[in-house]
Design a protein. Structure first.
Length: 318
C-alpha cells in the first residue's frame, strides 16, 4: 500500500522547511510560505528538540506575519503525543497573531507510519486561534476531536489509516458554520477505523454544515457502502466536489452512484485508486463528463491475495 508524501503546500502557500540549524535568515517573507518545522530524532548530528527548533523559528521569522504552519516530526512521534508541539504553538498564540492554517503530523511513511503517529486533542488549536481557517491532521492513534464551536474554520482534513468513530462524532457534534471543505480518510478496522456508514448519517443529511461544497469520504475499506449511501444523500446537492478516492470502490459502488441522484452539477468526482472494471470506468465517465464533470478514474487496482476485503485494499492503512 502506498504511503503519504510531505505536503507541498498549505493554505495556497508553498511548504518551506525552516532550516533551524543553518543560522541564515530565510529568503521568504513570513507570510509567503507555509513553514514546516521538523526535527529528525534519528540524526546523530543534531540534538535539537522540536521546542528548540520552534523557539529558533519564532526568533528568526517574524511570528506576527506567519499565516501557515506545518508540524512535521516533533521527535519520536510514535511515543510522544502531538500535544507536545500543539501546546508550544498555543503558548505562542499572542505572537502568532496572523495564523490561519495549521497541519499537525506531516510525516512520510519512511519517517513514521501513519498509524504510529501519536495524536491528541487537536481542538485545543481551535480554542486558541479563533481566526484559524484551515486545520489538517495526519494520524488517528489517540486522536481526539472534542465537540467544538468555531466561527471561521473553512477547511478540515483528517488523514488516517483508521479513523476512530469518536472523532467523527466529535466533528459532527461541532458548530462549524463556515466549514466549506471536509476531507476524512476513514481507513480500515485493523488500524482503528471503527465507524460504519450509519455514523455518517448526520453529515450525509446535509443539515450539519450548510456551506459545505467539498466532501471527501476517502481511503475506506467500505467504499462501496459509502457510495451507496451518498447516492441518495441530501448533502450531495450542495457539493461541487465529491471525493471517494483511495478506497475499495468497485463496480457495485459506481453503479449505485449512477443509479442514484443526478451528479451532473458537480465540478469533480474523484474515484482515484479503485477496483472498477474498465467498462464501468467508461460508463461513469461517459455519463458525467459531457455535463462538464471532471471524473478521475485513474489508478485502477487489482485485488491481491488475502489483503483487505476480497483482496481489495485502501491506499493507506498502516
Amino acid at each position: 500500500m502506498s504511503g503519504v508524501d510531505h505536503l507541498h503546500e498549505l493554505f495556497g502557500l508553498p511548504a518551506v522547511d525552516f532550516q533551524h540549524a543553518s543560522g541564515e535568515t530565510p529568503v521568504q517573507a513570513a507570510d509567503a510560505a507555509a513553514w514546516r518545522i521538523s526535527v529528525d530524532p534519528y540524526d546523530d548530528d543534531s540534538e535539537m528538540t522540536w521546542e528548540e527548533a520552534f523557539k529558533a523559528f519564532l526568533e528568526t521569522v517574524d511570528p506576527a506575519g506567519v499565516r501557515a504552519l506545518i508540524v512535521g516530526q516533533w521527535g519520536e512521534a510514535y511515543e510522544v503525543k502531538s500535544s507536545y508541539a500543539i501546546d508550544l504553538i498555543i503558548a505562542a498564540a499572542d505572537r502568532l497573531t496572523s495564523l490561519e492554517a495549521v497541519f499537525i503530523g506531516d510525516m512520510t511513511s519512511e519517517e513514521n507510519e501513519i498509524s504510529w503517529i501519536e495524536q491528541s486533542d487537536v481542538t485545543a488549536l481551535l480554542n486558541a486561534f479563533p481566526g484559524l481557517l484551515e486545520l489538517g491532521v495526519r494520524g488517528g492513534t489517540d486522536l481526539v476531536f472534542s465537540p467544538s464551536k468555531h466561527e471561521r474554520l473553512r477547511s478540515l482534513t483528517i488523514e488516517t489509516g483508521g479513523l476512530p468513530v469518536g472523532v467523527i462524532r466529535g466533528i459532527l457534534d461541532s458548530e462549524l458554520p463556515a466549514l466549506e471543505r471536509l476531507d476524512l480518510w476513514l481507513g480500515v478496522s485493523a488500524y482503528g477505523g471503527d465507524a460504519d456508514v450509519a455514523d455518517l448519517a448526520p453529515l450525509l443529511s446535509g443539515t450539519r454544515f450548510p456551506r459545505l461544497t467539498h466532501l471527501g469520504l476517502r481511503n475506506s475499506e467500505v467504499q462501496n457502502e459509502i457510495a451507496a449511501a451518498v447516492a441518495s444523500a441530501p448533502v450531495v446537492a450542495q457539493l461541487r466536489v465529491l471525493d471517494l478516492s483511495n478506497g475499495t470502490m468497485g463496480d457495485e459502488g459506481a453503479a449505485a452512484l449512477l443509479d442514484g441522484q443526478p451528479l451532473t452539477h458537480l465540478e469533480k468526482l474523484d474515484l482515484y485508486h479503485h477496483f472498477m472494471t474498465e467498462p464501468m470506468e467508461r460508463r461513469i465517465v461517459q455519463a458525467l463528463e459531457p455535463h462538464g464533470v471532471r471524473v478521475d478514474v485513474s489508478e485502477r487496482e487489482t485485488p491481491w491475495g488475502n489483503r483487505g476485503i476480497d483482496g481489495r485494499y485502501t491506499s493507506v492503512s498502516e
